[in-house]
Design a protein around this ligand. Structure first.
Ligand code: UD1
Length: 429
């Protein structure tokens, strides 16, 4: 198993190219199941989760062609992927594949919409508390599918097709909104999705579906209207930049000090996080090329933050902010409102010398003058990157074990940080 070795104490200076968003790429790839034609996606990041989803789609009979690097193309350019679900040979998504990544459960929506049936294993993914799928299934039922649960599998059937309906989510759910939107695109009649998630990736998927011939309006607001169409066609779409990767590197610079351009970063995708960084005393400047983040010598001010659905502070940046606040001058409070049990990074940060007290869903972080390197363990995708951030400011050597979690969501992390001066390397095996 690969490990990452970091020696802390070096500032970051230079440019970090931001990759295409993982959380848009996955549903966009899944949307390819809605059409017989080819969907072409540009700016697809090289991530373990993307490869895993390729396997899952391949199992349904989907052909995926990844264009090679063309002459003159920089290594950091995302890849172009051609996806063709001309014939779906199997409507079952087996446990062995789905259990590795929660978002793969979302294939249930396009499969039942196009094929009239789907049998999908209950999901797995990051170990961050119970992450049920009841709201996704409620949405499909509202659209006329029947749902049965048998032997760990969900079987959805709609032999005569789905019908438009009003779907009101009692809780904001990104996966629920994606799946409702995809399924409703091929339903007969109009669907109204109330209390929809407003995450930018929802808007990106809606844009792509509209290019494929769907009729979706209101994506990006909490009320989405979908007029169903009988069929969708091929399209070409560029994946939007990853706001979580952008915020993560912004916090890395805030932690290590220095001055870095986050190339292609788009401020409107993470304004709440940038506002928090500004509050800590970090300088954030928007340029034509992206977002420039800098900190020179000054200490970090503590903050009080609660995670919230977009446009609030994202849960996917909670662990990274906590790492940063371990070095603040004073006491910070971070409350997690989206996922229970998303604090597995706390005990590892404490191993590096952080002072953190957990009380229910709130962590109180008392900033310390110094962290000290130690061996630590990555437990989930976002938690693992918080350990890297802490290690950048820790004295001596930190070894982050189990970095396969990082590879699920961060493209070439160690190369991007090393190019800006971090002492970081991957140890294989
Ligand atoms: C997506 C993101 C993930 C992010 C999360 C919240 C992708 C691939 N993943 O995950 O990175 O952390 O949004 O921004 O885009 N819930 C239910 N029943 C359901 C579905 C969800 O109770 O049927 C609950 C969840 O347990 C959680 C909350 O709703 O408490 C939000 O979850 P949701 O927005 O659905 O997260 P994901 O779509 O899985």
């Amino acid at each position: 198993m690969d490990r990452i070795r970091i020696v802390g104490g070096r500032p970051l200076n230079g440019t970090i190219p931001i990759s295409g968003a993982k959380n848009a790429t996955l549903p966009l790839m899944i949307a390819s199941l809605l059409t017989e034609d080819t969907l072409i996606l540009d700016n697809v990041p090289r991530l373990a989760d993307v490869i895993q989803l390729q396997r899952i789609l391949g199992n349904h009979g989907v052909d995926i062609m990844i264009a090679g690097k063309r002459a003159g193309e920089a290594v950091n350019n995302g890849r172009t992927v051609h996806i063709s679900a001309k014939s779906i040979v199997d409507t079952t998504a087996p446990y062995e594949l789905v259990s590795k990544m929660r978002a793969s459960f979302w294939v249930i929506a396009p499969l039942v919409a196009r094929m009239g049936e789907a049998k999908v294993s209950m999901p797995g993914g990051c170990a961050i508390g119970t992450r049920p799928v009841d709201l996704l299934l409620m949405a499909l039922e509202r659209l006329g599918a029947t749902i049965e649960i048998e032997g760990g599998y969900v079987i959805a059937r709609a032999p005569r097709g789905l019908r438009g309906a009003e779907i009101t989510f009692p809780k904001v759910t990104v996966g629920g909104t994606h799946t409702a939107m995809m399924a409703a695109s091929l339903a007969q009649g109009t669907t109204v999705i109330e209390n929809a998630a407003r995450e930018p990736e929802i808007g990106d998927v809606a844009d792509c579906l509209n290019k494929m011939g769907a009729r979706i309006s209101g994506a990006g607001t909490s009320r989405i209207v979908v007029e169903g169409v009988p069929r969708l066609h091929g399209a070409r779409h560029t994946v939007l930049p990853d706001r979580i990767e952008t915020g993560t590197y912004a916090m890395a610079v805030a932690m290590a000090g220095g001055d870095v351009l986050l190339q292609n970063g788009r401020p409107e995708l993470l304004q709440a996080a940038l506002d928090v960084l500004i509050e800590t005393g970090v300088s954030v400047t928007v340029t034509n090329e992206g977002i420039r983040v800098g900190r020179n010598g000054a200490g970090l001010a503590p903050v009080q933050v609660a995670t919230a659905p977009f446009p609030g502070f994202p849960t996917d940046l909670q662990a990274q902010l906590m790492a940063l606040m371990t070095r603040a001058r004073g006491v910070s409070r971070i409350t997690e409102t989206i996922f229970e049990n998303r604090f597995m990074h706390v005990q590892e940060l404490v191993r590096l010398g952080a002072h953190i007290h957990l009380d229910g869903e709130t962590a109180t972080i008392e900033g310390v003058d110094r962290l000290k390197g130690a061996p630590v363990m990555a437990t989930d995708l976002r938690a693992s990157v918080s350990l890297v951030i802490a290690a950048l400011a820790a004295e001596g050597e930190t070894i982050v074990n189990r970095v396969y979690h990082l590879d699920r969501g961060f493209e070439r992390l160690e190369e991007k940080l090393a190019a800006c001066g971090a002492a970081i390397e991957r140890i294989s095996g």
